[in-house]
Design a binder for this molecule. Structure first.
Ligand SMILES: [Fe+2]
Ligand SMILES: [Fe+2]
Length: 574
């Protein structure tokens, strides 16, 4: 082996060794634990400076650390270094310089008197445990990476410089996300922050150190993100959309875990209901209730545009869904919703035959969807939280359609032949069948509780306002269609109140379903299938063999009794 190569390797080893000693010392120094010189204890014999002087010295030391980083990142410095050292030693030089500057800063650090917080009892143990966990996480994250490369030894040993990259979770061309990187994009930074901040006894000295180092962590993370985007492109952007940067969120991880372990429901079937929308049947076609009839009639005008919009958004989310079984469920869901939109559009002729002036309402809903809802989703929800933003809205809307479907199907009614009633029973059955698909897709993307609830509230507000506007637009038409005289018109408001109370509080109890549905949705690990199935830890059962939901089966039976003839489509037709 030639001497130059041996020296290069020795240089690499020395950088690796120095960093291997400085890193644990730094963590112990910051936590004021187990080493002679710490953030609260100066070198023995060093003069004790008054607080203002100590602060000035400490700030200067921190700036020196920043200066070293900035200078070594400058292209001029890199060119200067390249003329003197082989490129394979650049990383080791950087690691050595950073370590030596840190050693200098720790040696010259001036403690500042005073306590910011002091915690006793069990919380002190919690904070200490957080410190220890942060310490472990720093090591887990660096060992998980190629830490030999991270500290420059690999490059120096093999004499193989690497193109400028970040310290990402994969060193191959393809981005690989494993271990702690599944929960947070920068676990090393997470660990450092835990070490700096989790202490039961925070002095001013520690606070200044922690605040300054947090600043460097933030700056370093931002730089690293840019490097990773340059290196991995869209793959990294998608990863960044789905995974928090530094602060891990337990809720998406646990929700995703629950969704994965949940036994699959029966595979969705896309059916064509084969309803002939003649103008047969009563005008007030739902249970002789004007309020319920008006609301559901208005939905026939709303659903063609709304469900197409939802199908488009779910289709756009498919590339982000990496679980093939879930992707298949989403495709079947899109098939069912597209068929709903199609059949509701067909039903408009039948409703017009019953006398409803509904075409204008349908055009208005289409305009609102095109000019308000789609732009809001595209320009607000998606930029903030990507695909998960729009999925969270539709998870909320699907929650409401399932809640309403259950409210309607739980209430038995004598069968009256009405093509529109047949349409709704078929629709309600499929809403129950596919109620968990969007929630599962959202859990798969692992968005935060806050996003889920914020988008749920936005979706609920939009759906609620459109429901109200549509219901009122139909309600005012009903007296004329019933051929009411003046007395009938005078009594009509009382009829509306009576039917409204029956629909909302007595028979379908829609209000209670809505209140209970809202409370359920606010639970952090809410799943449409409820707690029991969601916590089932057995292996995921084969979807095709699972039993159908009894309420959905009852809905289909009612649809058939009311005149539908649902037939399953081959997948190619769906
Ligand atoms: Fe639907
Ligand atoms: Fe649906």
């Amino acid at each position: 082996m030639d001497l130059r190569r041996a020296l290069r390797r020795l240089y690499g080893l020395s950088g690796y060794a120095v960093a291997g000693l400085v890193t644990p010392y730094l963590l112990l120094f910051a936590g004021d634990a187990g080493v002679p010189v710490t953030v609260n204890r100066p070198l023995p014999g060093a003069p004790h400076a008054p607080p203002a002087v100590a602060l000035a010295i400490d700030v200067a030391l921190i700036c020196g650390f920043g200066l070293q980083h900035s200078v070594m990142a400058m292209p001029a410095w890199k060119r200067w270094l390249a003329r003197r050292l082989p490129p394979s030693l650049e990383r080791t030089t950087y690691v050595l310089a950073a370590s030596l500057v840190l050693v200098g800063a720790m040696a010259a650090w001036q403690p500042i008197d005073g306590v910011v917080w002091h915690v006793d009892g069990p919380w002190a143990h919690v904070l200490t445990a957080g410190y220890v966990a942060g310490f472990a996480l720093v090591y887990a994250a660096t060992l998980w990476l190629d830490h030999v490369r991270l500290l420059g030894l690999r490059q120096a040993w093999l004499d193989a410089p690497e193109p400028e990259t970040g310290d990402g979770p994969g060193d191959a061309a393809a981005l690989k996300v494993t271990g702690p990187y599944r929960f947070v994009r920068h676990p090393l930074m997470t660990g450092l922050l835990m070490v700096f901040w989790y202490t039961p006894h925070m002095t001013w000295s520690q606070l200044v150190w922690a605040a300054a180092m947090t600043g460097y962590v933030v700056v370093g993370t931002v730089h690293e993100e840019r490097a990773l985007v340059r290196r991995f492109g869209d793959a990294y952007r998608a990863y960044a959309r789905l995974t928090p940067m530094v602060i891990p969120s337990l809720i998406p991880a646990l929700t995703r875990y629950r969704a994965r372990r949940r036994p699959a429901g029966p595979a969705l079937v896309v059916r064509r209901p084969d309803i002939e929308f003649t103008a047969d049947g009563p005008t007030v076609w739902y249970a002789d209730n004007v309020v319920a009839t008006a609301m559901l009639t208005a939905y026939s005008a709303l659903f063609p545009s709304l469900e197409r919009f939802m199908a488009d958004e779910l289709r756009a989310a498919l590339p982000d869904i990496r679980d093939p079984e879930l992707a298949r469920a989403v495709r079947d869901f899109v098939g069912q919703e597209s068929m709903h939109a199609h059949e509701h559009a067909r039903s408009l002729a039948g409703l017009a035959g019953l006398g409803y002036r509904i075409a204008g309402l349908e055009r208005w809903f289409a305009w609102v969807t095109r000019c308000v809802l789609r732009p809001l989703t595209r320009h607000v929800a998606r930029p903030i939280c990507a695909t998960a933003g729009s999925l969270a809205i539709f998870a909320g809307v699907e929650h409401w359609t399932a809640v309403m479907a259950e409210a309607v199907l739980r209430q038995p009614y004598p069968q009256i032949y009405s093509p529109v009633a047949a349409l709704y029973y078929w629709h309600a059955a499929e809403e129950i069948e596919h109620k968990s698909v969007v929630a599962d897709a959202l859990a798969h993307l692992g968005r935060s509780y806050l996003v889920r609830i914020a988008m749920f509230l936005s979706g609920t507000l939009a759906f609620g306002l459109l429901s109200l506007a549509g219901t009122l637009a139909i309600l005012v038409q009903i007296p004329a269609l019933q051929g009411r005289g003046p007395v009938g018109w005078l009594l009509y408001p009382a009829r509306v109140v009576w039917d409204g109370v029956a629909f909302c509080l007595v028979r379908e109890k829609l209000t209670w379903h809505i209140v209970w549905g809202t409370l359920r949705y606010l639970v952090p690990f809410h799943h449409p299938d409820g707690f029991g199935r969601g916590l089932d830890l057995g292996p995921r059962s084969a979807g095709r063999d699972a039993a159908p939901d009894p309420l959905a089966a009852a809905g289909l039976a009612r649809a058939i009794a009311a005149g539908a003839a649902p037939r399953a489509l081959r997948r190619a037709d769906a």
